[in-house]
Design a protein around this ligand. Structure first.
Ligand code: FES
Ligand code: FES
Length: 165
């Protein structure tokens, strides 16, 4: 894409948290900015803006994506889930119950990465949990509380699984 086409205004539709949004954007707009500035979903946070911290994580077609590294136009035709779509879910409640945050800036990104892991694997190994969590950075807490939160949801999922058998 040359700079001329990147500056072009286009109208796109995005499906976010099961709702459709139509917005005029620049072809060069990153998904994070469109979510926050054009749609008003401010749960995904700008941190490093280069893919290291994970504060901007969203889930797209069940995969975690760093929304600072994507153009919004790349998200057309995808199912996007943001932290606003996880209100009152087990993983969101688990972070509260286990005090898995301090300043909270990284929290939405961590909840999203945990949810993405559980969507891909209901019973991940400790090594896998460690690997997935290593894609996000928290500058305040140890990671122990975050691990406790995800383990509590894994336990919940497995209890549900057993009762459904
Ligand atoms: S803001 Fe996207 S990874 Fe840090
Ligand atoms: S709780 Fe402050 S950066 Fe993680």
């Amino acid at each position: 894409m040359n700079s001329h086409s990147a500056d072009r205004k286009i109208t796109i539709q995005l499906e976010i948290n099961k709702e459709r949004y139509e917005r005029d954007i620049l072809a060069s707009d990153i998904l994070l900015d469109v979510l926050r500035d054009k749609i008003g979903l401010t749960g995904a946070k700008p941190g490093c803006l280069n893919g290291d911290c994970g504060a901007c994580t969203v889930i797209m077609n069940k995969q975690p994506m760093k929304s600072c590294l994507m153009l919004a136009i790349e998200a057309i035709d995808s199912e996007i889930l943001t932290i606003e779509g996880l209100k009152n879910t087990p993983i969101q409640r688990a972070f509260v119950e286990h005090f898995a945050f301090q300043c909270g800036y990284c929290t939405s990104g961590f909840i999203m990465i945990c949810q993405a892991l559980l969507l891909n694997d209901r019973n991940p190994s400790p090594e896998k949990i460690e690997t997935w969590l290593s894609s996000n950075i928290c500058r305040c807490t140890g990671y122990k509380e975050i691990e406790k939160a995800i383990y509590s949801v894994i336990e919940l999922l497995n209890i549900k699984n057993q009762t459904n058998q």
